[in-house]
Design a protein around this ligand. Sequence first.
Ligand SMILES: O=C(O)CCC(=O)C(=O)O
Ligand SMILES: [Fe+2]
Length: 300
Amino acid sequence: MQVVQIDEEAMGEEYGREMCRSLEQGNILVLHNSPFAPPPEDAELLRSQKQSASSAFKNIAYKPHINKTTGISDEKGMDAEAVHRILSAYSEGALKFLEALLPAYSTLWKVDYATFRPVEEQGRDLPINRRNDLMHVDAFPTRPTHGGRILRLFTNIHPDKPRVWVTSWPFEELIKRYAQDAGLDEVLKMPASLRRSAAGFAHKLGLKVPDNTAYDDFMLRFHQYLKANQSFQNEGKVDQTAFPPNCSWITFTDSIAHAVCSGQYALEQTCIVPRRAMLQPDMAPVAKLEKAAGRRLSAV
Ligand SMILES: O=C(O)CCC(=O)C(=O)O
Ligand SMILES: [Fe+2]
């Protein structure tokens, strides 16, 4: 994994393709003095919101498609309107920047949530599969990607503390070491017809069950498996990167195993980039898993 500085002066079609390739190779793109970070008074206002560490919500999420913000605790001390306004402005600015930086993706991606992360991550008390301080690859239980990539742009809005990440080996190495143990064969044995009929049945009953592909099933398992694997957590740390205040960073969090070990107050925007938008499709986790499995894991 390399940390690559974004050169704003160079932005354009060709530079955009270079940045896409770098992301697909598993690097983190970094931008100091983020141009779309909230103005100081808004950042201060966000930081003054009181979200208890034990809140049922892990983050506060802005959902652009319905223009709603969820996860604001009922406890007093939150200005829901202000949080919504600042998060939606961040989402708009972040997406504009991503569109200008990565035009090859922007016509095809699906805009996902933007989040605010108000709680100190160090020593945060959460169940294992919700912890962010254990290295993992991202997979969303309620939003399968069907082989699409999870592109995330983070911004540290702490006034003086960095947000510190640790990252691990390349995805290929993770597969080699752990995919079988994590249950790749079991997922492959599960007939697609069973998965589809279960989803169809639940749909008839009015239940909202996501339409997972074998890829989504495996990635969810892998997420949990890696978090629970103590020897991976102990031995798999390869790099540590500190992102200073007002810094933004972009990466595909479905292929880089990552954890945040300390830091408080970050904003984040997610986009799901479909498989067909990849410049180097063979480098995508779905392609690497298909190679290991010897068959397709997603029809898209
Ligand atoms: O908040 C961060 O810095 C990263 C957290 C994370 O890994 C996640 O939300 O999946
Ligand atoms: Fe993550």
